[in-house]
Design a protein around this ligand. Structure first.
Ligand code: DX5
Ligand code: ZN
Length: 227
């Protein structure tokens, strides 16, 4: 699976089709949708109607990141719209278990998202029940923010817990991700990389995707002692 999950939050919607075509040519398989309700985060983005066109036209899989205060109400919209993966925030205390079951029973992959200031131990009771964890390396709400360096340590501690509880659970990271941090994050245990700004700021998206993948190769070879 291509570990780069482009977020379209920060794209210029005027040329979304071009961007999606470049992602396709660059071998991208998943598109990350940042769904914001203007309440859980002080920004409003887009709704379920965007899922089908992207899925149908380009045959991408859709990973919907729900930054919403009432996931129990919003999840069915994204299940019905055809989202393949759905994550919602652990900070919403009510109904975590029920929401996980709702997503799984619909045959989708389920993830729990966690903000940079929430203790990762809040995730521990659910690690055996979910497919991935979305570790926010910025405070949710906007693209183009600076990577919070403390995220590295959170990855290491989370990976340790995952190894003991559910090795199949993937770590996805989101916020301020670019070629300066993908190699190290991959080495520390991140599996999937949500990226927006760093892709749109590059002068060639396909080349940027290759550069990102190379940073992970580098770490792998280093680990294996190959230079
Ligand atoms: C924040 C969003 C962003 C976006 C990617 O709520 O989740 O993290 O996906 O952001 P950048 O532009 O930093 O890659
Ligand atoms: Zn996101």
């Amino acid at each position: 699976m291509n570990p780069v999950f482009p977020s379209i939050l920060s794209t210029d919607f005027y040329d979304l089709k071009d961007k999606l075509s470049s992602f396709k040519r660059g071998g991208i398989e998943f598109i990350h949708l940042d769904i914001m309700d203007g309440h859980f985060v002080d920004n409003l983005s887009f709704g379920p109607s965007i899922v089908q066109p992207i899925r149908k036209e380009f045959n991408f899989k859709i990973d919907s990141h729900l930054m919403v205060s009432n996931p129990e109400k919003i999840i069915p919209y994204f299940i019905n719209a055809g989202s393949d993966w759905i994550s919602f925030h652990i900070e919403i205390k009510e109904g975590t278990e029920k929401n996980i079951t709702m997503i799984k029973e619909a045959g989708k992959k389920v993830g729990l998202a966690i903000n940079p200031d929430t203790n990762i131990s809040e995730l521990f009771p659910y690690i055996t029940k979910i497919d991935y964890i979305l570790l926010m390396s910025v405070f949710p709400g906007y693209g183009g923010q600076k990577f919070i360096t403390g995220s590295n340590e959170r990855v290491v501690s989370l990976k340790e817990k995952i190894r003991s509880l559910n090795p199949d659970c993937l770590i996805q990271i989101d916020g301020g991700i670019n070629t300066t941090n993908t190699g190290t994050l991959h080495m520390k245990g991140v599996d999937l990389f949500v990226m927006g700004t760093s892709l749109y700021n590059s002068d060639n998206i396909e080349e940027e995707i290759l550069k990102i993948l190379k940073t992970m190769e580098g770490e792998k070879n280093e680990k294996a002692g190959i230079n």
